[in-house]
Ligand binder design. Structure first.
Ligand code: AMP
Ligand code: ZN
Length: 142
């Protein structure tokens, strides 16, 4: 638990939250400023700032909870689809530094946009540039 972390406080029960699911390692609660009815945040109980900070087992548990909750949320608010995503780091728009997956219900004709809308424009990279980036990513894992 991290002092001054609002999500740690919700996990511990020190702050109120509309909890929709909890298990040994994860908690899910409604976003207080929802982008749509049913907008839900899925968090690990333990405080980790970014996706890459979570141990493998915790990362698996977070995705397992998302996987379980998506159909329940879609059913509950009668959504047609959902966007699922993480703002991972301040530059990417992460405001609360406790990793959280957003599940945002989507409705036919809601006027929203796909997750591609996070970028201001599309990069024009040729095949050689894509190959060089792919090689850099592969070798970063060695
Ligand atoms: P992010 O920009 O990905 O860090 O998103 C943080 C999200 O947390 C925002 O969508 C906020 O509306 C939401 N949020 C902040 N405080 C609370 C809270 N006390 N309870 C529920 N959701 C919150
Ligand atoms: Zn925290």
């Amino acid at each position: 638990m991290s002092e001054d972390c609002i999500f740690c406080a919700i996990v511990s029960g020190d702050q109120p939250g509309h909890v929709v699911y909890e298990d040994d390692s994860t908690v899910a609660f409604l976003d207080a400023n929802p982008l749509a009815p049913g907008h839900t945040l899925v968090v690990p109980r333990d405080h980790h700032e970014r996706v890459q900070d979570m141990p493998d087992d915790v990362a698996r548990d977070v995705f397992r909870t998302i996987h379980r909750l998506v159909p329940r949320i879609e059913d509950a608010v009668d959504a047609d689809a959902t966007n699922v995503g993480f703002n991972n780091g301040e530059t990417a728009g992460q405001v609360v530094p406790h990793v959280h997956g957003h599940v945002v219900p989507r409705f036919e004709g809601d006027g929203g946009r796909p997750i591609h809308a996070v970028a201001a424009s599309q990069e024009d990279l040729d095949d050689d540039e894509l190959a060089a980036i792919a090689e850099d990513v592969r070798s970063a894992g060695e």
